[in-house]
Design a protein around this ligand. Sequence first.
Ligand SMILES: [Ca+2]
Length: 224
Amino acid sequence: MKKGLLAALAGFLTLAMAQKFSVEAGAGFYGGFGGQLAVVAEDLAPGLPLGVRLGVGFATSDALDDGYDLGGGTTWGDVKEAGKFSEWGQNVTLSLDVLYKPSGLGLPVEVAPYFGVRYNFFSGGYTDPEDNLTIKAQTISSNQLGLGLGVRAAYPLMPNLSLVGDLGVDYYFQACFTRVEEDDSGNKSQSSVCPGDSGYEDVNKFVTQPEWVLKLRLGAAYRF
Ligand SMILES: [Ca+2]
């Protein structure tokens, strides 16, 4: 969390130095379907072909691997189906990118390769709507640092409005999992397991926290 806040703070400080900004909204795929809102400082410093983009994204996600063998060949998918459990998952992602914006390419589209850091809040789990268990829900979450690169293409529709396409790939480092279990009376218990702990690799196989994520978004940017 602290690292995420520091990245956000660094982003805001950078944005405060810039002169031209865009707000950008896009939707598309990031593991699952979702969208991103971003503020782009189009000119980081005079004479430098660099911009900075600070974004917050949301996307749906798988939470638990249906093919994971819980023992004796019984998979999570089997157990989920038998108990009619309802599974959910999501990623909320803070991102800070430096965009390289070469001018004079003579293209009708502004093409900007970028590289940046990520801080992702993964959460997911399942609920027991038909009350087949003595628990109501189990939730697993992890907060991961990541790195990303990609290309942003902006096609001007009007002087201040561009159509924006974004294609990239992010990589996330392993992080601690926190598991919260809520029993039928609403009592919650919590446990966590971190990289290097015994059992972490098994949990990491079962829980689908992001590792490599392909990003594909379309949207619009308004420059002011
Ligand atoms: Ca699943």
